[in-house]
Ligand binder design. Structure first.
Ligand code: SAH
Ligand code: SF4
Length: 360
């Protein structure tokens, strides 16, 4: 039964639902099939993005997020340009090939100008060689264009959930948090020419298995180039914390997240899929597993150490240990799980270039 589904040319929602609900040996069958697809289209490889979480100042109030504006117990920071560029230099010297710059969401001129200037500095410093992924939330199309022109070429904006009703349950009801706006931003990013990534949280309160199946099909329908998704993790100082007793157990959220990665790899064979830090927050080895069964991107955190402890989107976020980070511990590693770590390459989405060719 499972093999006849796995080998179908395209999967229906019922097929995806079936795969999400597999148990026992069937889970192993799903994982090994996804691993074989990854090997065929991507190779047993993983590429790096040195992640710099450069500011936790945010205008928004997403109900799940620990650095939401309304959380007054967070100490706010902005990594200085000098420290950001020092981290960039580190990524450059250590052959990471790419960077990811992430922050809270601000739309002010000061912020958008600052990001544009930083991008130009990064381009100069790395002589145009480092790939740059941005993840700075919703912006106008003009801002996206400006950032693209300044040297960013990948952008990650998670839809969080593709179900509008659920989206409304996990966000305040105001102009800053509109589902349709989020979709429009993804369209703008594609129009500007970014390799465009999205993703969802897995195991949110109120979320059903059907919602997750629809999330995967949504990613296929809008034809993304990259995906970063992971388990929802609770943060005490957030409005969603009150549902702590009604959400799925951590181990179930982890297993579902791995299944999501495997199924997405089967649905979208040549996109970039990240093995996210949130997986690792549940189980130390979970990122390795994700890489074995479909993911091909790792984002080691290279944010200057003294700021890392304040970028807590969720509780128990892994900090300084074990993600071949600046401590140098894993810098010489050549493998991660069963994958070879590719140094010195931007690791762009193969899917994006396929899309370019077919649409031009
Ligand atoms: N402000 C930007 C980028 C930073 S937040 C944005 O929102 O797009 C990056 C991601 O962290 C979010 O997209 C969300 O999916 C994830 N995140 C936030 N709170 C989380 C939580 N409690 N558990 C798991 N992931 C969370
Ligand atoms: Fe801000 Fe992003 Fe957190 Fe929402 S998820 S509160 S936009 S940092």
């Amino acid at each position: 039964m499972i093999h006849s589904i796995l080998e179908k040319k395209s999967l229906t929602k019922e097929d995806v639902l079936f795969l999400l609900q597999t148990k026992g040996q069937y889970v192993e069958d799903l994982f090994s099939y996804a691993a074989s697809i990854k090997e065929k289209y991507i190779g047993k490889k993983v590429v790096l993005r040195g992640l710099i979480e450069f500011s936790n100042i945010c205008e928004k109030d997403c109900y799940y997020c620990g650095i939401r504006k309304g959380n007054k117990s967070v100490s706010r920071f902005n990594v200085t340009d000098k420290d950001i560029l020092e981290a960039v230099q580190f990524a450059y010297e250590n052959d990471y090939g790419s960077l990811a710059l992430q922050s809270g969401e601000l739309q002010s001129k000061t912020f958008t100008n600052r990001v544009a200037c930083l991008l130009k500095e990064i381009d100069k410093l790395s002589k145009g060689t480092l790939g740059v992924t941005l993840s700075c939330g919703e912006q106008t199309e003009e801002t996206y264009q400006r950032w693209f022109d300044a040297g960013a070429h990948r952008y990650l904006l998670r839809i969080e959930t593709s179900n509008k009703e659920l989206y409304q349950k996990i966000h305040p009801h105001n102009e800053l948090h509109r589902f349709n706006k989020r979709i429009a931003c993804l369209e703008s990013l594609q129009k500007v020419g970014f390799q465009t990534g999205t993703g969802v949280m897995i195991g949110l309160p109120f979320q059903t298995i059907e919602n997750l199946a629809e999330d995967l099909l949504f990613m296929q329908t809008i034809d993304i180039d990259m995906c970063g998704m992971g388990p929802y993790l609770l943060h005490e100082d957030t409005p969603l914390a009150k549902y702590s007793t009604s959400i799925l157990p951590l181990t179930t959220r982890l297993e579902l997240s791995l299944k999501m990665v495997a199924i997405l790899r089967i649905l979208m064979k040549d996109i970039n899929i990240a093995a996210t830090t949130a997986l690792q927050a549940i189980e130390a080895k979970a990122r390795e597993k994700a890489v074995e069964i479909g993911a091909n991107v790792l984002m080691p955190n290279i944010t200057p150490g003294f700021h890392r402890n304040n970028y807590n989107l969720y509780q128990n976020k892994p900090r300084t240990t074990g993600n071949f980070e600046r401590d140098g511990e894993h810098l010489q590693d050549t493998t991660f799980g069963n994958a070879q770590i590719i140094y010195g390459k931007r690791g762009d989405s193969l899917h994006y270039f396929g899309r370019e060719v077919t649409t031009n």
